[in-house]
Design a protein around this ligand. Structure first.
Ligand code: FES
Length: 197
């Protein structure tokens, strides 16, 4: 009875095992070739045509400017509720004067910041759930996420994986102006699209 083993060479003319070394691919050649095909398929068609990297322009969302509070009215620990960038309830935010410098903070002490009021995990309401002494929003009443308001709303603990969207602020004289949003607001697919239609 004929013995076969892994080292047995295929017979010449066998369509499943051509002996011609020109037609045999070793494992490395196969993986290299497959990788090149995947890379080509994932490239934009224009890039393949021209053989050079496509240039992509960065895009900045445009937001309206909105006056939301007076600097002279605020003392440490004060919280001001406001809606932005839309008057829609899903655009509810809070401004807080923390009493310590914070990322993106404005005012003489760089301690005035503003954030959206909905948890980025599943939209739990954070309005009124602040510890201004610690600079923390939360814990969220649904699954206990807390956000650090001194560090652009980054997650401190809990289920959320995205920081709290921060409302960017500017000072114009005594007026505190909302100028934009950093991060996607919970429930929106685009901050620039009014959910009220
Ligand atoms: S909705 Fe806030 S932690 Fe889940």
């Amino acid at each position: 009875m004929a013995q076969t083993n892994d080292t047995q060479k295929p017979q010449s003319g066998d369509p499943c095992g051509a002996t011609d070394s020109a037609f045999l691919l070793n494992r490395r050649q196969f993986l290299f070739g497959a990788g090149a095909v995947v890379t080509m398929l994932s490239m934009p068609s224009g890039m393949i045509r021209r053989g050079m990297p496509a240039q992509v322009r960065a895009q900045m969302a445009q937001y309206e400017r909105k006056s939301i509070a007076k600097l002279s009215d605020l003392t440490t620990g004060d919280v001001v509720a406001f809606n932005y960038p839309w008057e829609h309830a899903g655009s509810a935010n809070f401004l807080v004067k923390l009493g310590e410098a914070a990322g993106g903070g404005i005012g003489p002490d760089e301690d005035i910041v503003a954030f959206n009021s909905f948890c980025t995990h599943q939209g739990g309401p954070l309005a009124g759930k602040f510890n201004t002494e610690l600079g923390i929003a939360g814990p969220c009443p649904l699954h206990w996420t807390s956000f650090d308001l001194t560090r652009h709303g980054m997650v401190v603990a809990g289920h959320a994986t995205l920081g709290l969207p921060q409302i960017t602020l500017e000072l114009e004289g005594d007026d505190i102006i909302a100028t934009g949003v950093m991060g996607l607001i919970f429930g929106y697919y685009d901050n620039a699209v009014n959910p009220a239609g």
